[in-house]
Design a protein around this ligand. Structure first.
Ligand SMILES: Nc1nc2c(ncn2[C@@H]2O[C@H](COP(=O)(O)OP(=O)(O)OP(=O)(O)O)[C@@H](O)[C@H]2O)c(=O)[nH]1
Ligand SMILES: [Mg+2]
Length: 327
């Protein structure tokens, strides 16, 4: 039997008012609403409509970097500071795939937090292959966190050689997390880092090689400086909390500086444009698929196209034009 997540209008209103209530009930309601938007449930459009007036309240900070760099550990360590100030923190982790912890580390820490747990909401989302490592659901999920009353939204994404480009489409500010082990990698990352990272955290500074990578970062900073951008770097050791307070303070004042300069507003304009463009593409794609009678028939059509292309009768561009013209 098909399982439906459909929620009636009345249920939605109850859920939304529960989100604003303190403690476990609010947490549970928020979790249910995020699941609905993540599943692209028919109610997702209405949920978004009902929470739109509180969007963009919280500062959105993206953390990206190679698998195992310590992104989750840094967040867990920073939570001790931020949540204890009575601020509400929402965390969205996209594809937490740590070979060490399978992404469980942060979820476990948040669950273990006890009373501060009420100020911290954690949720992982699958990227589903969308836009360079972030899920489309991340935008409405962030708006639900705004509605819940988050002061800060942390978005963790894995970035490989080039940084996870998608994170800049949802975050106001991007923090690149590196480790001493990344030594050789930094040259190859440079192009992506230059464009995307607002600041660096060199984590695992308890390990050998931290000095070397800081030196390499100096070069990156100088180049950025020549291009009129300043890129700060912090040393941390997330396992023992060293440098975390400085990094938190640094990121906080950077966000404030960007905000004062009108840069956060400018970036949010870009984020919203990206969301509309991404949603438009998805809409058109699903209309095309529906026009062909569903995903299986569309796959059949693609197979026909592939046959013609491989036998040199047509090109991929011509086939795509044909599909859209038929649409
Ligand atoms: N020595 C040392 N180990 C650390 C430090 N920070 C994190 N680790 C360890 O590195 C491993 C990976 O940490 P995570 O926080 O899961 O890394 P991540 O970047 O979130 O990993 P993914 O989500 O898979 O991309 C864990 O075993 C941590 O205990 C650090 O500062 N020093
Ligand atoms: Mg992680």
């Amino acid at each position: 039997m098909l399982q439906s997540h459909a929620v009636t209008v009345v249920d939605l209103d109850i859920l939304l008012s529960d989100v604003r209530s303190p403690g476990a009930a609010g947490y549970r309601a928020l979790g249910r609403l995020i699941r609905l938007v993540d599943d692209n449930d028919p109610s997702a459009v209405e949920i978004d409509e009902k929470v739109k007036s509180s969007s963009f309240r919280a500062a959105r900070i993206g953390l990206t970097g190679p698998p195992g760099a310590g992104k989750s550990s840094i967040i867990a360590s920073a939570l001790d500071l931020v949540a204890s100030e009575g601020r509400k923190v929402g965390i969205l982790a996209v594809d937490p795939t740590s070979p060490f912890t399978g992404g469980a580390l942060l979820g476990d820490r948040v669950r273990l937090k006890g009373p501060t747990g009420e100020n911290v909401f954690f949720r992982s989302l699958a990227s589903r292959g969308a836009m360079g490592g972030v899920s489309r659901a991340i935008w409405p999920s962030a708006r639900l966190l705004d509605f819940w009353g988050a002061d800060i939204i942390l978005i963790e994404t894995v970035g490989s050689g080039q940084l996870g480009t998608g994170v800049a489409d949802v975050a106001d500010l991007v923090v690149a997390v590196l480790t001493p082990e990344a030594g050789d990698g930094i040259q190859s990352m440079k192009a992506g880092v230059m464009e995307l990272a607002d600041c660096f955290i060199v984590n695992k500074s308890d390990r050998p090689g931290a000095e070397l990578i800081m030196k390499e970062l100096k070069l990156v900073q100088e180049e950025a400086g020549a291009a009129g951008r300043s890129v700060e770097a912090f040393h941390t050791s997330a396992v023992n909390g060293d440098g975390i307070a400085e990094a938190v303070e640094g990121v906080r004042s950077l966000w404030n500086r960007l905000n004062d300069a009108g840069e956060i507003d400018r970036r949010r304009l870009i984020q919203v444009k990206r969301e509309v463009a991404t949603r438009t593409e998805a809409r058109i794609q699903s209309q095309v698929i529906a026009r062909f009678g569903g995903i299986e028939d569309f796959e059949g059509k693609l197979e026909e196209c592939a046959g013609r292309i491989l036998s040199h009768e047509s090109t991929a561009g011509q086939e795509a034009d044909g599909i859209v013209a038929n649409h």
